[in-house]
Design a protein around this ligand. Structure first.
Ligand code: UT7
Length: 331
């Protein structure tokens, strides 16, 4: 069995900043409420005239990740693309990204949708493809244009989300490399499908004039169900990974949880007994960018020098489904 390691990272966030004060002019909310309940100060919003749809944002983060891996676009053998809402229903967004990156090797392209957990699902699949010798270089992307399915008249959700992209190149490790993916765990709890849902716009319920009139083309969420489930599943998945790899939190250098809400991040850290200084947080700048949040936060911490080669990292995510997942690795 081969081992895989992260050889390159990249991120992209749209230029346009929406502050909490900007939102308080659109809905009945305040900077104070948003900061107190979520820790979010601002988020980025895509501009379609600047190609900031999923494959357009992913072009920038993927290009950076491929360059940082010291590879050329044509070295990529499969693109695994996580997006909750793709560029279009088909062709898939991974194929659109192949085109944008100028990849001419006809590499495999697949989209993964596990909502905010999608990138951890994609990484787990990519790791298996490397372990079994199928591929040597895989591009794993998480990119989200949440502003499309955000109801900008619903204060209980619109303050929470932002747009962005994060990418990683996962490559076959050399025999003498210590860097590797140790383990991962994935789950989904379909007893809570309605807790975070975008029910209209797919095959089961195409968008009609009536849906548009009732403004039901957007997502809806039971925030408290998601909150409780998030802290429970993320902490238990991380505990499972540590236990079955004979490690403790003392062995972990950095914990990167899905950046949805500072209170969720802090509560999960407390349940895990993880010192706050080991937790990577950037939710205040970008809000919840769904499956882009972990790869983008990873890239930021690699670039600013916090995350170094040889360190052990723990990722954990949760989202609609209700999906959840965690991954343990040496960078
Ligand atoms: O990737 C997964 C995505 N989803 C999440 O991560 C969401 C997880 N859940 C959460 O983050 C939290 O549940 C929220 C931030 C969504 C809400 O925080 P909360 O502490 O659970 O607040 P709440 O829902 O209990 O609402 C408290 C009050 C309500 O008013 P009343 O009923 O007490 O009068 C809400 O109407 O806050 C009100 N409220 C707001 N007030 C000002 C809800 N949204 C806002 C708002 N501004 N934006």
């Amino acid at each position: 069995m081969y081992q895989s390691k992260i050889t390159g990272t990249g991120k992209y966030h749209p230029e346009k900043v929406l502050t909490n004060d900007d939102l308080s002019k659109m809905v009945d909310t305040s900077d104070e409420w948003i900061i107190q309940r979520t820790g979010i100060k601002e988020r980025r919003q895509s501009d379609l005239t600047k190609d900031e749809f999923p494959s357009g944002m992913a072009y920038h983060s993927a290009k950076e990740a491929i360059e940082n891996a010291l590879l050329k676009p044509n070295d990529i053998e499969i693109i695994v693309f996580s997006a909750s809402l793709p560029d279009m229903l088909f062709p898939n967004t991974a194929s659109c990204l192949q085109d944008k990156l100028g990849i001419t090797n006809k590499c495999a392209c697949i989209d993964v949708n596990a909502a905010c957990t999608g990138w951890v699902y994609g990484m787990t699949m990519a790791n298996s493809l490397i372990q079994t010798g199928v591929y040597k270089n895989i591009l794993v992307v998480g990119t989200e244009m949440t502003s499309t399915f955000n109801n900008w008249e619903d204060r209980s959700t619109c303050v929470l989300f932002g747009d962005g992209s994060g990418s990683v190149v996962l490559s076959r490790a050399d025999d003498n490399d210590t860097a590797k993916i140790y383990d991962s765990v994935l789950s989904s709890d379909s007893s809570k499908l309605d807790a975070l849902i975008l029910p209209n716009g797919g095959s089961k319920s195409p968008v009609t004039a009536e849906i548009l009139e009732k403004r039901e083309q957007y997502m809806s969420m039971d925030g408290q169900v998601i909150f409780k489930n998030a802290v429970k599943t993320m902490s238990s998945h991380c505990a499972t990974l540590l236990k079955r790899n004979n490690l403790t939190l003392d062995d972990i250098d950095w914990f990167i949880p899905h950046q949805a809400n500072l209170r969720i991040i802090e509560t999960t850290g407390q349940l895990l007994k993880c010192p706050p200084e080991k937790v990577i947080v950037n939710v205040e700048k970008y809000a919840n960018t769904s499956s882009a949040s972990i790869p983008a936060a990873l890239h930021e911490a690699v670039i600013d020098g916090r995350i170094k080669r040889g360190q052990k990292l723990l990722f954990a995510a949760f989202g609609a489904g209700l999906t959840s997942g965690a991954m343990l690795l040496e960078f």
